[in-house]
Design a protein around this ligand. Structure first.
Ligand code: SF4
Length: 219
């Protein structure tokens, strides 16, 4: 059995060699924390707020720019819906019978920023202080989280993934349906099989400039 997160899949899609360094050899290269600090603070605050934990003291410690982003999130109509759970860890098992009648299975999972609802309509929220994915409908995070929530909820009227784009002040909504479900299952199964059967882990020089393994990679 193999476990995969959306980040693992994204890393492999970007560069198999990077996946090898990070997840096969488990090499840890320190990254600059600065670009992630703002996002981390907003995510922590958003989680406390939905859990009805007092946050007044944390709010006063925000910078002007952080405060502006936090206010934007608080006013977002999706964020104001009834919360099912925030920082919600979910997983799903994908497995099919191969032509040889041999069943390969993969566990896929992650942590949703929040799952909210309005009646029978459910929404997976993802707060973005940076950019949203280039192809959000088929991003591994979208696919994995929607399949997980679909399996968890079982009975619902509507299920959607919402990227709350705080940088550009807009919401990007992807509505789940049975066609997407089949596509996602097939696509994710294909990628997981590709990762587990790879032994070469080829380089993709397209991403070398910003890669933290740049100094140790002999490409
Ligand atoms: S330096 Fe380039 S080829 Fe090497 S792991 Fe990073 S992205 Fe891949």
């Amino acid at each position: 059995m193999n476990n995969f997160s959306p980040n693992m899949i994204k890393t492999y899609q970007a560069c198999p060699k990077k996946y090898y360094f990070q997840y096969v050899e488990n090499i840890n290269v320190p990254k600059s924390a600065v670009p992630f600090e703002k996002g981390k603070k907003i995510h922590a605050l958003a989680n406390y707020y939905l859990q009805k934990i007092k946050i007044d003291r944390i709010e006063t410690a925000l910078t002007g720019a952080e405060h502006e982003i936090w206010e934007l999130l608080k006013q977002n109509p999706f964020y104001n819906m009834e919360c099912v759970k925030s920082e919600f860890a979910l997983s799903i098992k994908l497995g099919y019978l191969s032509p040889e009648n041999d069943c390969a299975s993969y566990w896929l999972g992650g942590r949703l920023d929040a799952l909210v609802h309005s009646g029978g309509d459910y929404f997976i929220l993802d707060y973005k202080t940076g950019s949203i994915p280039k192809n959000p409908r088929y991003d591994p995070q979208t696919m994995v989280y929607l399949l997980c929530a679909d399996r968890y909820l079982k009975d619902y009227n509507l299920l959607s993934f919402v990227y709350i784009d705080l940088k550009n002040k807009q919401n990007h909504v992807i509505e789940f349906n049975s066609v997407l479900k089949t596509q996602y299952e097939q696509e994710l199964y294909k990628i997981c099989t590709q990762i587990t059967s790879d032994s070469l882990y080829k380089c993709n020089p397209e991403f070398c400039k910003f890669c933290e393994f740049n100094k140790i990679c002999r490409r």
